[in-house]
Design a protein around this ligand. Structure first.
Ligand code: DGL
Length: 263
């Protein structure tokens, strides 16, 4: 039993797709969410910047005495997780490992990945998929406009339709069985992606994989929260001059209280 909080972070609203799955599957856990809106987008930044930003956030979460940290961001997972693990004692989990564990097996033949520029440049998804199944054929594509559009709440309008149509061209008429949404902002476009790729391509939402993994992890390590609280989470932003609240309230289907934090 460990009744301390779990820290979750991303550059903005994307991580809420992970947060929402975690609160569904682990309703007893108390959570501190950080949306680093001051420094959004992460996807176009250098690896050095992502490591530096991630360390600042992890330092803050450690100062809040969290029991575990979830990097609800593909960009920070692919470029900073390894470095963070060397530095901090607190367990830190990124979105790649749980997704590969749950979704790639010996039969997986063809997989698509979409993610930010930084994530694709890192080659981390490809590397870890190949470690699990060296015969898997991977088509990956950077789709940099999508996170920006998601922050604006443009996930169902005509612009979103056109962007998805364009980005999905490379995957149509291929034999991919699954497409991994390698950025946590992308589940907001799930409907449109489905429309483009059809029902035969499984769409992998990393938040769902993370929540499943986390549940098993907490149980195995005897770290579950045993106190049932009601509103047991806080949403914290590094800048509030943004559209976060509108998108977040729609996504979570509830009104939210936002705190501003200095990092
Ligand atoms: N949601 C993030 C990711 O999973 C970051 C997107 C961005 O800030 O560019 O990669």
């Amino acid at each position: 039993m460990d009744n301390r909080k779990i820290g979750i972070f991303d550059s903005g609203v994307g991580g809420l797709t992970v947060f929402s799955e975690i609160i569904k599957q682990l309703p007893n856990e108390e959570i501190i969410y950080i949306g680093d809106t001051k420094r959004f987008p992460y996807g176009s930044k250098s690896k050095e910047s992502i490591i530096q930003i991630s360390k600042q956030i992890v330092n803050y979460l450690v100062s809040q005495n969290v029991k575990l940290i979830v990097i609800a961001c593909g960009t920070a997972t692919s470029q900073a997780l390894e470095e963070l693990k060397q530095i901090y004692k607190v367990p830190i989990i990124g979105i790649i490992e749980p997704t590969i564990l749950n979704c790639i097996n010996n039969d997986t033949k063809n997989v698509g990945i979409i993610a930010t520029k930084g994530t694709i440049r890192s080659g981390e998804w490809e590397k870890q998929i190949k470690q699990k199944n060296n015969n898997t054929y991977i088509i990956s594509k950077e789709t940099p406009l999508l996170a920006q559009m998601a922050e604006e709440g443009w996930t169902k309008n005509e612009v979103a339709k056109m962007a998805i149509k364009e980005y999905m061209k490379d995957f149509k008429d291929t034999k991919i069985e699954k497409i991994i949404l390698g950025c946590t902002h992308y589940p907001l476009f799930e409907e449109l992606i489905k429309q483009e790729l059809g029902n035969n391509v499984e769409i992998i939402n990393t938040g769902k994989q993370m929540a499943k993994y986390l549940k098993e992890y907490l149980n195995k390590n005897n770290m579950e929260n045993t106190i049932t609280n009601k509103e047991n989470y806080s949403i914290n932003l590094t800048d509030t001059e943004c559209n976060f609240i509108n998108v977040a309230e729609k996504l979570l289907n509830k009104s939210l209280k936002i705190n501003k934090i200095e990092l």
